[in-house]
Design a protein around this ligand. Sequence first.
Ligand SMILES: Cc1cc2nc3c(=O)[nH]c(=O)nc-3n(C[C@H](O)[C@H](O)[C@H](O)COP(=O)(O)OP(=O)(O)OC[C@H]3O[C@@H](n4cnc5c(N)ncnc54)[C@H](O)[C@@H]3O)c2cc1C
Length: 386
Amino acid sequence: MTTESGSIRADLAVVGGGVIGLAVACEMQKRGRDVLVLEMEEPGSGATQAAGGMLGPIAEAQIEEPEIITLGLDSLARYPEFVRWVEKTSGGETGFREEGTLIVAVNRDHLNELEHLKETFRSKGLTADSLTSEQVLDLEPRLSPRVLGGLKIREDQRIDPRRLAACLAQALVTMGGTVLTGAKVHDIVVNGDKVSGLVALGNDGMPVRVDCTDVVIATGASRWDDIRMPAEDPGIRPIKGQLVRLRGETLLRHVVRSPDIYLIPQPDGELFVGATMEEMGYDMAPTAGAAFDLLRFGWQLLPGIYDLEFLGMAVGQRPAVDDHMPVIGPADTKGLWLAVGHFRKGVLMAPATASYLADWMESGEMPEALASFAPGRLSPAPAGES
Ligand SMILES: Cc1cc2nc3c(=O)[nH]c(=O)nc-3n(C[C@H](O)[C@H](O)[C@H](O)COP(=O)(O)OP(=O)(O)OC[C@H]3O[C@@H](n4cnc5c(N)ncnc54)[C@H](O)[C@@H]3O)c2cc1C
């Protein structure tokens, strides 16, 4: 709604239309708030656009902190209902699939890594089925006959993040919320000790003013100082990820991972081979080296990719902070909330992030599940304290 002064009025403004911002916006609109999302490009055009879409808290348990595994499992458990709701409300399809994930070995080094992984699962109370090479090839006959064995994780699933973002944006609008595209927020306005709105620059060069009582920052890996913000920088930095996009004959049903790479069949016939992890600042250039490595490892696992059409590379910036855990909760200024730093798992963690952040915004009480992710943990200790 536009006021007499030309401002847009909303209860809540969400800055950033990635999978996190859109999930939070939908959850709050569902709970009766009037929500406006401001997105400087198109919904889903940040890291969300490049994401593989694995919903895999278990496959990566070896390298994750226990808190991340717990939040990931919590979020994964919410997915079937989350998808049912968003598809029904938007009328779209998210590409959610529940075939599970295979982790396979094509050399002895991999086989030893799989043994370690099984140990990790045992120690963390997680489950996976051990598979012989024949069982792996029964499930996925197009994999290399060099496969030595594998694991099946029934719980780890997949979704198409681009479709999910489009569905969330549509669902928000269907519920009466608003998505403003091409609006780059540059200022959070504070009145006294409380947020009272924000200012963005529209694509047409005109300022967009918003009056609201709450703002959620969900800007992914974008530079913190792009926005004049009454909140300390949690130390967001971009971790570049590149993946190869191929198209052609359907070669796989499951997400297939090895210790080197992953292969993700997409609902529209594409196959993703991913992904690099690079400390390259804001460099977004696709590189020959990344394509070379990913295709080489991909071909070792799935020789048939040789004949697929090469569509190009998807490149994105994973939003990370020092401890590689998300930052979810209130900033120092009243009415300002953060939902950033989801690093490698933002798609997986969107439903739980949205639900717990909404609980916190409504009740003023920190949900126990967010205790490890609250913004305060990253503030420098006051002088004199160790
Ligand atoms: C190659 C790759 C593969 C990945 N694979 C997976 C996977 O399999 N599973 C998984 O769970 N995660 C995966 N991820 C991670 C996942 O993509 C991120 O964690 C997730 O997208 C973070 O979502 P977000 O909404 O916080 O950020 P983003 O998706 O980056 O969205 C932020 C949005 O904010 C907008 N924005 C920024 N600043 C402003 C501003 N000032 N004003 C208005 N708008 C602004 C941006 O344009 C952008 O659209 C992958 C990432 C990469 C790069």
